[in-house]
Write a protein that binds this ligand. Structure first.
Ligand code: CMC
Length: 397
């Protein structure tokens, strides 16, 4: 192999140095900038965590106020951008719209882009985080044919998103129909966003880094990350879990699906199970499992899919196949059940992941841009094709 090694899937290759997130897969440890995920989940907020990831320290009171004000300021999208949605058929997958619309932000913000200037980088990063919920909610509203809702300056990050998703002004009768601003809904969404905010060099973050290493426009780089996140092996798993649970339907059918997951000739995998790095448990899944109880008690008591998921987990965790391969529920095993309880449509689940992961993507982008050792990402390959041969005219082939 000469001077480089062959490592399919980058299982043992460190592509960069990073001070953002630490994972110990054997211990089930996840730290953002040194802080345990359990502590952040209990005490922090998504915006505070985003600040921590992006700038390295927990914000002081005034810093958080000013960060939140900047986010509110940037939450609107250009009116012309709204027209982009009209080009999508009503049944377009929201992730397809996200890739296109977020990528097109690069057509709006380019002239001022001096990526050598830390202030400009900060503005771009904040703008990205601020516009994501607005674009995401617009994807949903387009798909159901409802008018877009503007972000409101009096609402927090998650409240704003829920309001842009679900508010129907013409139906506002002054009653208690704004269930989506219930503190349990808002706090649960905030918690899910904290847990999904970063996860070091996962496929989408590595994609953002690789694209950024070429000096490409940051909004286009984030669009590349969204595309990578979409796949069912990565962020698309939350949508796939719900589909799987609905297909299984009743606990009696679980053994059939466990058997399929173990069958080498069947491509079916237990969605929401397994992780490249966690080989003991995924600490995020444990926190989400607990949160499921609270949110379901409030919005959807006796949700049969939760009972089913817990039974499936129990059976899998006692099965030799899963024990041997150290396969445990990951962050996405229970998140879809919560999103469902919050009335988020299933095809929006991965979009929810994308909103949260934007904090991590922009943190990595800021880190990469400030790294004096940064070079273009350019993996090598192991060539297995034909040896040198001579061209033959078409009539001689
Ligand atoms: N169901 C059944 N078998 C599995 C599963 C599963 N979910 N996951 C892994 N395996 C088996 C796999 O068949 C292989 O068996 P063998 O050694 O006999 O060939 C062994 O476990 C190792 O699997 P792998 O595919 O080599 O592991 P990986 O590190 O390349 O893949 C993974 C990790 C997460 C893509 C994979 O576990 C998977 O496809 N899980 C289901 C999809 C999923 O839930 N993805 C969300 C990941 S967490 C959210 C995120 O951050 O993206």
């Amino acid at each position: 192999l000469g001077y480089f090694s062959y490592d399919p899937g980058f299982v043992s290759t460190a592509s960069c140095r990073s001070a953002i997130t630490y994972i110990d897969g054997d211990e089930g440890t996840l730290l953002y900038r040194g802080y345990p995920i359990e502590q952040l989940a209990r005490h922090s907020s998504f915006l505070e965590v985003a600040y921590l990831l992006m700038f390295g320290e927990l914000p002081k009171h005034e810093e958080l106020q000013s960060f939140a004000a900047d986010i509110r300021q940037e939450a609107m999208i250009h009116e012309t951008l709204r027209k982009f949605f009209e080009g999508f058929h009503y049944d377009a997958h929201p992730m397809a719209m996200m890739v296109g619309v977020v990528g097109s932000l690069s057509a709006f913000y380019h002239s001022e882009l001096d990526m050598g200037d830390p202030h400009q980088r900060r503005v771009s990063a904040i703008r990205m985080l601020a516009k994501m919920p607005t674009i995401a909610a617009a994807c949903y509203r387009h798909s159901v044919g409802l008018p877009f809702v503007y972000p409101r300056a009096d609402l927090g990050y998650c409240e704003n998103f829920l309001n842009m998703m679900f508010s129907v002004p013409s139906l506002h009768l002054g009653g208690d129909e704004a269930w989506y601003l219930d503190p349990v809904a808002v706090d649960t969404l905030d918690l899910l966003f904290i847990l999904h905010a970063d996860h070091e060099q996962n496929a989408s973050t590595s994609t953002v880094r690789l694209a950024s290493s070429t000096g490409a426009n940051p909004y286009a780089c984030i669009a590349a990350g969204i595309a990578a996140l979409w796949g069912p092996a990565h962020g698309g798993a939350n949508e796939a879990v719900l589909g799987m649970l609905e297909e299984i339907g009743t606990p009696e059918r679980i053994p059939e699906y466990i058997a399929r997951a173990k069958d080498r000739n069947d491509p079916f995998r237990l969605m929401g199970f397994g992780h490249r790095v966690y080989k003991n448990y995924d600490p995020r899944a444990q926190i989400i499992r607990k949160a499921c109880h609270d949110v379901l008690a409030r919005f959807s008591p006796n949700e049969p899919l939760f009972e089913l998921a817990m039974r499936l987990e129990e059976i899998a965790l006692h099965d030799e196949y899963f024990i041997e391969r150290r396969l445990y529920p990951n962050v996405d095993f229970y998140s879809g059940i919560i999103y469902k309880a919050l009335n988020i449509p299933v095809n929006m689940f991965t979009v929810m992941f994308a909103i949260a992961r934007t904090a991590g993507w922009v943190a990595h982008w800021l880190e990469l841009k400030a790294d004096p050792e940064q070079r273009i990402g350019r993996p090598r390959q192991l060539y297995v094709g034909a040896p040198r041969r001579d061209y033959r005219p078409i009539e001689q082939r």
